[in-house]
Design a protein around this ligand. Structure first.
Ligand SMILES: C[S@@+](CC[C@H](N)C(=O)[O-])C[C@H]1O[C@@H](n2cnc3c(N)ncnc32)[C@H](O)[C@@H]1O
Length: 258
């Protein structure tokens, strides 16, 4: 499975970026001291750790054994377990807050994951998730997609999943949460910045640390891949600033109450 392979690089590639949404995600879910929090698709456990720092009683869940192993190694005092976001191994109403940081966009059945989050929440509990904004605002993705479009082969077989940017549209995120049964739905844009020390870091992160874009890149011929890498590098170089490259990577934060 793609995420088993990505686990080793994910942290290094995306860790500094995805961790930036942790506090706002936890705020949107109402996580505080004593709150029972479930961090679904927890990866290496960034959000779980931030929840624990607030004094929440947190459980991190991910279906990739390698991610759970990394999370346990990094945060030995916290509870992590393997499990599927679309069939949560918890009783009804067992959490006050459920969060999912950049997980929903990878799921084959996102509606099932939202319904499961609703089920395990207590009445009045809150669910919050983040996804990347569209490629014009999550610029790192935009660069790769444009380079593949111009220089590579686009229609390669991908892991099953919804359109990658489906929930980047605020209206779609809102509608899907409401249709699942959530109320008091809120959607906001989070302007994150990816601070990179190398102009190849965007390409490398997506080739090694991800799954779906990585599959598109790995399916390219060596020559096309070289051309894509060079095009992305040139574009990252336009974001040079103070000895680093500051690439805008906006995210969308959506939340709702049970
Ligand atoms: C982009 S990573 C996000 C990790 C982490 N939440 C973060 O903020 O960095 C997506 C994670 O979703 C996990 N994942 C994908 N599909 C899943 C599923 N059906 N059930 C549980 N975890 C899943 C992957 O193993 C991976 O760790």
């Amino acid at each position: 499975m793609g995420w088993e392979r990505a686990a080793e690089h994910y942290d290094q590639a995306f860790g500094t970026l995805t961790i930036q949404t942790a506090e706002q995600l936890l705020d949107a879910a109402g996580a505080a001291t004593g709150t029972r929090v479930l961090d679904v698709a927890c990866g290496p456990g960034f959000v779980a750790e931030a929840a624990a720092r607030r004094g929440a009683a947190v459980v991190g869940l991910d279906f990739a054994a390698a991610m759970i192993a990394t999370a346990r190694q990094r945060h030995p005092a916290l509870a992590f377990q393997e499990g599927d976001a679309e069939a949560l191994p918890f009783d009804d109403a067992s959490f006050d807050a459920v969060v999912m940081n950049f997980g929903v966009l990878h799921l084959a059945r996102p509606e099932a994951a939202l319904a499961e989050a609703l089920r395990v929440l207590r009445p009045g509990g809150r669910y919050a998730f983040t996804v990347w904004a569209g490629p014009d605002q999550a610029v790192g993705f935009g660069m790769i997609l444009r380079a593949v479009e111009a220089l590579g082969q686009k229609d390669v077989p991908l892991p099953e999943g919804p359109p990658f940017f489906r929930f980047s549209a605020a209206e779609e995120a809102r509608r899907t949460l409401e249709r699942t049964g959530f109320s008091d739905v809120k959607v906001q844009l989070l302007p994150l910045t990816w601070r990179l020390s190398s102009a190849d870091a965007v390409f490398d992160a997506l080739l090694r640390g991800g799954v779906r874009t990585a599959a598109v890149l790995r399916a390219q011929t060596p020559a096309a891949l070289d051309a894509i890498r060079a095009a992305v590098r040139r574009e990252v170089e336009t974001y040079a600033n103070d000895g680093a490259f500051l690439v805008p990577m906006a995210a969308v934060l959506a939340s709702g109450s049970k």
